[in-house]
Design a protein around this ligand. Structure first.
Ligand code: 13P
Ligand code: SF4
Length: 365
């Protein structure tokens, strides 16, 4: 990476959106096929507008693996998504994250030392390599995907968690699921695992806060991680909408708490929520429990439906929000001049093992 790119970032902050939009459009037109912009559904509207392809994390992972013709992939999403794109794209391609501070607070709740510590502690009680499949939510760092690759495990996304849990149970009798306890609990429950057979692993506590007996009894060990956006949705919000708007359908993301998912009519990934609401008849009424940018976009797109945000307060993914027009303009104009800023490069050893875990997922779903 060049130390000082020809286009500095700071002056771009002073520009009006219209000017930034014009400059991004120019750079995009000039880079043409060489540059692919991917956009996650939670991106702010003005950035989402420039995405060549949009999707949930599974769809974007697949697209990154398929689009070998683009030399640059500008990923308007968060850090773990760009890492997956780097792992699955070809070595000739470069993945760029417009703002390196666009992380995921849930992904930060599990790190390799703590997961290794958990694996060792579990191995004192059971033969972990024989009886536990490690399964990481895609919202995790590349080294945790590599850990799963090396220990017979895999990766899941919010759209395939049940399928991947079924796969994991077909390999070994127990699952260590990290970092999102809610996705793990909701999906395991739908497969028929009773709550009594799920145990919460609290990293940092001796034996994750569990007795040897609790570990032996558990079918699923759930890492104590969560999304601070999706845990804002409460059962009372569902009750309030049902009381206020008869006939309303409630659809939520499976990162929401178990009680909220139980009360909802339906659940799904960002792509699945979008498809479900789009395919509903005009006049249908919806309360949606996922990030605000997506819900507002659906509202604008479908004025013939009554769409509400499930929470009375603003729940936004503040890290996704860091990708703004100034950062997009900055990376695009530098690319135009042959400078790569903010490349995401997963070290090869780590990428190789993580690819094993990701490919196991892509073969199943
Ligand atoms: P999706 O897989 O539904 O896009 O979810 C990603 C995410 O981070 C939700 O918070
Ligand atoms: Fe991470 Fe939550 Fe943001 Fe999704 S919404 S990227 S889980 S912090």
């Amino acid at each position: 990476m060049n130390e000082s790119p020809p286009v500095p970032l700071e002056p771009l902050y002073a520009l009006a959106d219209a000017e930034l939009q014009e400059r991004i459009a120019q750079a995009k037109a000039q880079l043409a096929e060489r540059c692919l912009i991917l956009g996650h559904h939670y991106q702010r509207e003005e950035v989402y507008h420039f995405a060549d392809l949009t999707g949930d994390s599974l769809k974007l992972s697949r697209l990154a693996a398929q689009r070998t013709s683009s030399q640059y992939i500008v990923f308007c999403g968060v850090h773990f998504m760009a890492e997956v794109a780097d792992i699955l794209s070809s070595p000739e391609q470069t993945v760029i994250l417009p703002d390196l501070a666009a992380g995921c607070s849930m992904a930060d709740m599990a790190d390799l030392p703590h997961v290794q510590e958990a694996w060792q502690a579990l191995s004192q009680v059971v033969d972990a390599e024989k009886v536990i499949t490690p399964l990481t939510y895609v919202n995790s760092t590349a080294d945790l995907k590599a850990f799963c690759g090396m220990h017979g495990g895999s990766v899941c996304t919010s759209s395939n968690a049940e399928k991947m849990l079924r796969w994991a149970f077909a390999q070994r009798e127990k699952v260590l699921f990290f970092p999102d306890q809610h996705l793990g609990r909701n999906s395991s429950h739908r497969l028929g695992v009773p709550l009594a057979e799920m145990a919460l692993w609290q990293p940092g506590l001796p034996n994750g806060g569990l007795s040897a007996e609790e570990i032996r009894r558990a079918k699923v060990l759930l890492w104590d991680g969560y999304c601070s956006v999706h845990t804002m949705f409460q059962p009372a919000h569902v009750a309030l909408f049902r009381q206020r708007i008869p006939g309303i359908q409630v659809i939520v993301h499976p990162e929401c708490a178990f009680e909220v998912c139980q009360l909802a009519d339906d659940r799904g990934s960002t792509e699945q929520i979008q498809e479900r609401v789009r395919s509903a008849p005009a006049g249908s009424k919806w309360a949606i429990g996922t990030e605000l940018n997506l819900v507002n976009r659906l509202k604008r797109e479908m004025p013939d439906k009554e769409i509400h945000f499930l929470c009375p307060t603003v729940c936004m993914c503040s890290t996704m929000f860091r990708i703004d027009l100034a950062h997009l303009c900055w990376v695009m104009e530098n690319l135009q001049q042959g400078y790569v800023v903010n490349p995401i490069r997963v070290p090869e050893r780590e990428a190789t093992a993580a690819r094993v875990a990701l490919q196991r997922m892509l073969q199943v779903v």
